[in-house]
Design a protein around this ligand. Structure first.
Ligand code: ATP
Ligand code: MG
Length: 390
């Protein structure tokens, strides 16, 4: 009998020829997370990755559960494909499940089996029957409940042996990083953009974060807040970098030269121009934002169209149709909510006029921009981008 971690992943199989590449990306990510354990070794099978020599502790499981593409992680036991041994291991699994339940006297279980190895002499129901009777005979005080068991003993008979597990931690699902290409996420320090980043990563987008920082209009603490949020997001993608664009000069120029009601629109258009340049530099195929339909003046369909006019790649908005409550739920779950609620102002809050236009007209906004040396400002801002790796 051997102890290991069993990782389930899904959906990659839909991706045809590129599957191997995405599986390799997933393996790299897992390796990165378990790298600190000496002797950690990965083994791949169809729809599964087995991790050897890494303890099945809660914090390890939790970290693995944050890898995009992973459906579930379970500590497991492996034995040879012989029913007598499988029965013994199932009893061991039941004991461990009972330990987790902490002395419940009326615990129930059921056995579920899956036979991928078709040459194995027993069918799945027969395997479950064997396992069930072995556990009942072990004198652990357990009874069977097929509808609402306290735990399930899962048995998977595969080419590489039989795997038995009794509980699993749900992973974030989705697709491995990079399988949907690369993107830029505009990270503001608010509640929405970290959630947008999470959702993009979940669907396999490898992200680069970009924050527009207007020092001293917004202070060091505003910057620090974004850095802290970014670090939380790095749990999902350890390679994610944070780019900080110094935006003060652009903001000041807008304040000085553009009619107040167009300020926000022009500012967003400038952000899009800078983002597009960064996208070209890092090979990103889209810009992700935390925008949400109808939430504020710049988030009407009319506004989005006028802002997007300056973007050279698609602007994608994972939260477009979310209610605030739904976004907050995710922010709490992924651990960014509290940080986002820290009180330091972002450049937009400082900058927003009393009456921004909600339905800007493109020609008028373009006119308003004529007062600005747009290309020069963008060029200088792009050149000054600072990049943090960790
Ligand atoms: P968030 O909670 O993400 O700040 P929000 O609902 O407050 O979103 P806005 O402040 O209008 O909305 O910003 C809309 C989107 O524009 C943000 O979700 C973010 O993607 C981007 N954005 C706004 N300000 C910045 C900034 N200073 N740096 C980078 N991106 C920004
Ligand atoms: Mg905001």
């Amino acid at each position: 009998m051997e102890e290991l971690l069993l990782v389930k992943y899904g959906e990659i199989s839909l991706k045809g020829k590129n599957r191997y590449q995405f599986e390799a990306a997933l393996m790299d990510h897992i390796r990165f997370v378990v790298g600190e354990y000496p002797g950690a070794r990965l083994e791949k099978a169809y729809g599964r990755v087995y991790i050897h020599s890494v303890p099945g502790e809660r914090n390890v499981l939790r970290r693995l559960a944050k890898i995009p593409g992973i459906v579930a992680v379970a500590p497991a036991l492996r034995v040879e494909n012989e029913i007598i041994k499988i029965r013994d291991v199932a009893v061991e699994a039941a004991k461990r499940a009972l330990e987790m339940l902490d002395g419940t006297s009326t615990a129930t279980f059921k056995a579920e089996s899956r036979r991928s190895l078709k040459s194995f002499p027993l069918t799945s129901p027969q395997i479950s029957h064997e396992v069930g009777s072995a556990v009942l005979a072990a004198g652990l005080g357990l009874t069977v409940d097929v509808h609402r068991p306290s735990f399930v003993i899962n048995v998977e008979v595969r080419e590489k042996g039989t795997f038995v597990y009794w509980h699993e931690v749900r992973g974030m699902g989705g697709l491995p990083l990079g399988s949907s290409g690369r993107g830029i996420v505009l990270l503001s320090g608010g509640i929405d953009s970290p959630v947008a980043a999470y959702l993009a990563m979940k669907r396999g987008v490898a992200l680069e974060a970009l924050h527009f920082w207007s020092f001293p209009i917004t202070g060091e603490r505003a910057r620090d807040k974004v850095v802290r949020i970014w670090r939380v997001l790095k749990d999902f993608d350890p390679q994610m970098r944070l780019h900080i664009a110094h935006f003060t000069k652009i903001q000041t120029a807008i304040m000085e030269s553009c009619p107040e009601k167009y300020r926000v629109t022009v500012m967003r258009r400038m952000m899009m121009r800078v983002s597009t340049r960064l996208a070209e530099r890092v090979g990103a195929l889209a810009i992700f934002t935390g925008e949400n339909l109808g939430q504020v003046a710049s988030q009407t369909l009319e506004s989005m169209a006028v802002i997007e006019d300056t973007a050279g790649v698609p602007v994608l908005r994972p939260l477009l149709t979310y209610d605030k409550r739904e976004t907050v739920e995710i922010a709490e779950r992924i651990g960014t909510y509290e940080l986002s609620c820290l009180p330091y102002e972002d450049c937009c809050t400082v900058f927003v006029p009393k009456h921004p236009v909600t339905k800007p007209r493109l020609e008028l906004v373009r006119d308003a921009e004529k007062a600005l040396p747009v290309d020069e400002l963008v060029e200088e801002c792009v050149r000054g981008i600072e990049t943090l790796e960790r």
